[in-house]
Design a protein. Sequence first.
Length: 256
Amino acid sequence: MNIQETKNITLSLIDTFKKASQVALDLRKVGLIKEIKSDNTPVSNGDIEVNKILTSKIQEITPNIPIVSEESANHKNAINLRNFWLIDPIDGTRDYINNRDEFTLNAALILGKKPAIGIITAPAKERIFYSYGVSNSYELIDSHEISLINKKKDYEELIAVSYSSELKPEILEIHKKYKITSHQKMKSSLKFCVIAAGEFDMYAAEPRACEWDIAAGHAILEHAGGKITDFNGDEILYGKPGFKNPSLILKNKNII
């Protein structure tokens, strides 16, 4: 698939993401219906409705590419998928349910086990990010496409985002290695976007969560000139058994 094809697919999904984002906010406003899944994580009718909206449009645009979504059983037992979609309808469901604003909607197209397209919206923050190839990573602001590749920092210190306020020794060592001066807690995939935009510099985490949590953000950050590896410096590939993540280090171009 060439860059024009990935661009066309990405741009054709923006309005659908805007619609799904508004639906998520509207459902929360009237009161969500909540359940606990078998893995002891929460899900709401908002997650399910957003999943329907996103998967329906993606199936329409790319009918021959399988979709793996957090909120669907389809293809989760597949082996050796190379080209497929990864969807996390709402990343940060607890924040979503509890009226916080960092939750996100996510979709990534994986080609050859690598992220080729990433789309993330943060509805409560009114932010939309997307990418479809190297140097083609953007934030949509007031209908204007702002390139993330040219975003520059306006501060000198290096600031990380972290999964927890209390960092484990291994994470602290990584922060020390890269001369991180402070960190701020952020749980959803918004962390990839703010690192890509130069608002933060780094994120490090031990193995946790699943591929649909990180794939869209991986595309956006990498296409903005950032880099994502595991703790050993190895490339992150997708379609692994159980779609489980390895350790992660996210770095923007300021650190690289």
